[in-house]
Design a protein around this ligand. Structure first.
Ligand SMILES: Nc1nc2c(ncn2[C@@H]2O[C@H](COP(=O)(O)OP(=O)(O)OP(=O)(O)O)[C@@H](O)[C@H]2O)c(=O)[nH]1
Ligand SMILES: [Mg+2]
Length: 313
């Protein structure tokens, strides 16, 4: 096994490894194990938020910002193969196309489908490969609609939640879990009416949420379609990310955070391995449909089946 091409940042070697990881090939996992000591240098920024909030546009502008500072940027787009925004991979690809020829940028899309329960594991895997390849920044875009996506954000050092001006709905949606994970809140599409109001609502919610000490969350307005131009807010957003980085990852909290992040990663891996085994055990008993029918017909009971499945792992 030769990890040098990966450590040298060779794009083709990285892409091949990521494909092999998708197929859960044992030699690819062995490669990850060998790479692990060489990781821990990249800074991971998660970008999440409602469908269509402008996440990809923000990511595109951030890539340009970091490239202007000579940082190499890896991107993981977790594609929501969701009813909200089907075909997002294509959209993201087109949107970020202008970076495609830049050897300092590597964009990888992960489809939700086929990663059931393992989305977070796959994100961690790909992020580790990008880290080993020497990318300074890894941006992770995911739609914040479900627990899966929120879990994905556990891989990030700083989580940015993108929202847009508008009444009620967006704010409501953001309430459910997303606000919890936000380190930086972005009001994108600030060229639209209502950004003031949205910012006030967000501030209000942050205050309501505060139990004991209020989490230090900055709110930044952006117009991501303006890229890195003055007034786009992208420079300010990047600065807010750096301030969070300073607070969270260099102060006394850093050790506890690093430990929580490692624990989350391990938890994902254990869960995913158990899920793999469980699904093999279920196949061994004729599949879920077969088992369900036996339960419906009262030929078996769920307690016994569950015990048998778990003890067969
Ligand atoms: N007016 C305005 N439109 C924007 C802004 N940022 C993004 N958009 C537009 O909003 C639409 C959605 O942008 P995307 O970047 O694809 O949003 P997304 O959150 O990545 O979408 P999904 O990945 O499908 O959930 C596009 O038509 C963008 O051009 C902005 O700052 N102002
Ligand atoms: Mg997108």
């Amino acid at each position: 096994m030769n990890i040098d091409p990966i450590l040298d940042g060779e794009i083709r070697a990285g892409a091949r490894l990521m494909r092999d990881l998708d197929d859960r090939r044992p030699d690819a996992i062995a490669m990850l194990k060998a790479l692990y000591p060489h990781t821990g240098k990249a800074y991971l920024v998660g970008i999440t938020g409602n469908p269509g909030a402008g996440k990809s546009t923000v990511v595109d502008a951030l890539i340009a910002h970091y490239r202007a500072n000579n940082e190499r940027v890896g991107v993981v787009c977790v594609d929501p193969t969701s009813p909200f925004s089907g075909g997002a991979i294509l959209g993201d690809r087109i949107r970020m196309q202008r970076h495609a020829l830049d050897p300092g940028v590597f964009i990888r899309s992960l489809a939700t489908r086929g990663h059931l329960g393992g989305l977070s594991r796959s994100t961690f895997d790909v992020a580790h490969v990008l880290d080993a390849m020497g990318f300074d920044r890894v941006l992770i875009e995911t739609v914040g609609v479900g627990q899966d996506e929120v879990d994905v954000m556990k891989a990030a050092h700083t989580t940015v939640v993108v929202t847009v001006p508008g009444l009620g709905d967006d704010i409501q949606a953001i309430k459910s879990g997303l606000l919890e994970v936000a380190d930086v809140l972005v009001v994108n599409k600030a060229d639209r009416e209502g950004a003031d109001r949205t910012e006030r609502d967000l501030l209000h919610m942050l205050d309501l949420r505060a139990t004991g000490e209020r989490k230090d969350v900055e709110i930044v307005r952006t117009i991501a379609t303006r890229g890195t131009a003055d007034g786009s807010g992208i420079t300010e957003m990047a600065a807010a990310i750096e301030r969070h980085r300073g607070r969270a990852w260099s102060g006394p909290e850093a050790a506890a955070r690093a430990s929580a992040r490692a624990t989350a990663h391990l938890g994902e891996l254990v869960r995913a391995l158990l899920a793999d085994r469980a699904s093999r055990a279920i196949q061994g008993r004729g599949g879920l449909g077969e088992i369900a029918q036996a339960l419906v017909d009262r030929r078996s009971d769920p307690w016994t089946v569950a015990e048998e499945l778990v003890s067969s792992l």
